[in-house]
Ligand binder design. Structure first.
Ligand code: MN
Length: 456
């Protein structure tokens, strides 16, 4: 089947003069052009610049725009000159399409040479490993969904064994409003939160406690960045999703499970979630992901069809592999490599990204360039595809209907984990691979757990 979203910018034979971008294993070939923002230093001061990942380097797009190497800096490209984030570009699909082609022109192996170009190329590249990243978009609002039916069913089975999947799940994409202020870029340490926890089971009369979270977890999610938005009161029809979905990144929705269990009824997630959420530094644009679009998930027999406003073009599922790795403090001290805890696929989601967007705006709620929609934990059918420890260490429910004792994950040091310990680093990865196309990677989303603060 031919894919109407593919064009010359996806041509797998295109190569770059940046040698590391031609390595088949790289996340960032010339066909990707993952967007980032970083701290640039020159003439003794620092400021935010926009960049694009290419191989193991970051290309300074702000510098190129200023030098005129991307074309007329007075025209559309002027948007980028003084902006510390990609929001303006994201809001204008034709500007981004044009920029993608111009960046490829500049980066391709057979690009025009000459002494000026050679100097510019040298000046504009910095190794990714030496770059201090900022969030790639200014994020005004953050919403987290619950789009994996496998995840919803597993978690529902633990909390409500006789009624795991609530009746609304198959009709309405479930979500809640998160908090944008505590979104942090990959590499930022994450403090174990303090919180209120439920009284212990089987101790009638005991009250709740307040203290460091004891059941700290990660959630492997992907985030979708909004490009063009909508006016308040005017829904976005699902047919317009392509204009409004700009790109994606990795999202770790850190979760305090003991706090969550106590606080979530009747209004849903709150302090168990908003202490921190980590984002990878790169926006992988929907253009770069086009070769990996595929038919939406088949609904199981007995599942209702979505209501008409949620019926899309049918090819908004994305074949993206996601992995979670863990590196404990002891492993780090002993120079060991991180161990993989899970591997799943974004293809297994019940609701697709166009449905999440159309649903969010269906009541007229206005989306703005840079808004972030979290997918919810990405879990599949297989136990090793489960995207959080709450599910990974769950062994099902016993004859009494209650969850069996948790089975700890074993680390190569002999340490075990049912939930995260201080010093643990969670490392999330995502990538797309398909015969006939270059591999498109998301980079990494990392975060080390720091000890809880001490209350004075
Ligand atoms: Mn979540």
């Amino acid at each position: 089947m031919s894919n109407p979203h593919i064009n010359d910018t996806h041509n797998p034979s295109m190569k770059s003069w940046v040698e590391s971008a031609n390595d088949p294993a790289t996340d960032f070939p010339i066909q990707n052009l993952a967007l980032c923002a970083f701290v640039a230093e020159h003439d003794g001061h620092t400021h935010g610049h926009l960049g694009v990942a290419i191989g193991d380097q970051v290309l300074d797009v702000s510098m190129l725009a200023m030098s005129g190497a991307l074309g007329d800096p007075e025209g559309d490209m002027a948007y980028m000159l003084h902006s510390p984030a990609w929001n303006f570009v994201a809001a204008t699909p034709h500007v981004w399409g044009d920029l993608r082609a111009r960046l490829q022109e500049f980066l391709r192996e057979d690009a025009a040479g000459g002494q000026r170009m050679r100097r510019l190329r040298e000046k504009a590249l910095t190794p990714i490993a030496a770059t201090k990243f900022m969030l790639p978009m200014t994020i005004f609002d953050y919403t987290d969904f619950y789009a994996s039916k496998h995840h919803a069913t597993n978690v529902g089975s633990m909390f409500r064994p006789d009624n795991p999947l609530l009746p609304n799940y198959r009709h309405v994409p479930i979500g809640y409003h998160g908090r944008a202020s505590s979104l942090v870029v990959s590499g930022t340490p994450v403090r174990r939160p303090l919180g209120q926890q439920s009284p212990p089971d089987g101790e009638p009369g005991a009250g709740p406690a307040f203290g460091p979270c004891k059941l700290l977890d990660y959630e492997m999610e992907l985030g979708v960045y909004i490009g063009a938005g909508n006016r308040l009161g005017e829904p976005i029809p699902i047919s317009r999703a392509a204009e409004c979905l700009f790109g994606m990144g990795i999202l770790n929705d850190w979760s305090a499970r003991d706090v969550q269990k106590w606080e979530y009824q009747p209004l849903g997630p709150f302090l168990a979630k908003n202490f921190a959420s980590s984002l990878s530094p790169f926006v992988i644009t929907m253009d770069a992901l086009a070769p990996f679009r595929t038919a939406g998930p088949e609904r199981e027999a007995g599942d209702p069809q979505p209501l008409p406003y949620l019926r899309g073009s049918g090819d908004w599922a994305l074949d993206i592999t996601v992995e979670v790795h863990l590196l404990s403090e002891q492993m780090r001290r002993r120079g060991m490599s991180p161990v993989r805890l899970s591997r799943g696929s974004f293809r297994d989601m019940y609701w697709t990204v166009d449905q999440l967007l159309a649903h969010h705006a269906s009541n007229g709620c206005n989306m703005q360039p840079g808004d972030l929609l979290g997918s919810g934990t990405i879990s599949g059918r297989a136990p090793d595809s489960r995207g959080c420890l709450l599910e990974l260490t769950w062994q099902g429910n016993g004859p009494d209907g209650k969850p069996l004792p948790r089975k700890a994950v074993e680390l190569p040091t002999g340490e075990t984990r049912t939930f995260l310990a201080d010093g643990d680093e969670v490392i999330m990865k995502a990538y797309c691979e398909r015969e006939g196309f270059r591999r498109i990677g998301f980079g990494e989303c990392r975060g080390v757990v720091m000890p809880a603060p001490v209350l004075a």
